[in-house]
Design a protein around this ligand. Sequence first.
Ligand SMILES: [Ca+2]
Ligand SMILES: [Ca+2]
Length: 272
Amino acid sequence: MTPIGVNPNDSGDGDVGANDLQNYPEVTLAASTGSGIRIQGTLSSVPDSEFHLEFYANRSCDESGYGEGEEYLGSGDVTTGSDGVAEFEVTVPPDVAIGQYISATATNAAGSTSEFSECRWFGTVTSVELVSFTASADPAGLVTLEWETAAEIDNAGFNLYRRVTDSDPDTNLLVNPELIASQSSAGSGARYAFTDAPGLGDWTYSLASVTTDGFEEIEDSVDVVVQVPTSAELTQFEANGTDRIIAFAALAAVSGALLIGIVAYLRSRTRT
Ligand SMILES: [Ca+2]
Ligand SMILES: [Ca+2]
């Protein structure tokens, strides 16, 4: 038997021991597609070799964070490249309850099976795994919305909604003129940005994903305040060697595109 506990994978899997110390797969995504559970990941092992992968569901994960193999879900075969890496994507029947853990094993042609992979929580029925969603206002009153996904499955794109903070969600206004198309390829994550000019006020933005089937779901919401800047910006610089120019600049933004700039210069000669 292999030593107790988790034996880390080695690059190229050249290590020798029980079960060839076969490297285990890494499951990077487990997500519902409606008709099944899509499992994606990577196996890094011996180059140019075939491996049989098996997938399991578990009601709980071992305290090591790895394993186990409570319920067999399905399998797939992969062949590693010259770099020893094989990426895989398998869809298994949707008979696993949300909130379980997915694990996997890899078996080489000689029949040596790896330990269980790290557990991957399967807890989402949405098509998007969102990493972040932020909103920031600049002095001109523009709000920049940025978001990042870890994975997208059958996601057509995104809609952004805006309403006055603490108002009824029914008052949401669609911000983007057309669907913000998904930039994900092969289920990967992507980064997005969109700029809005809402005018002064307290705003709540909501990000919705839209599946290729047209199903729309709010992923996250964020608040942002657009206000007239209250602090004067002081800059100080040398000009003509001895003249000291002190400039105060205050910028006020009113109602989106209307920008009022107030710039005052105080010029004084100082000699020491
Ligand atoms: Ca090995
Ligand atoms: Ca190994």
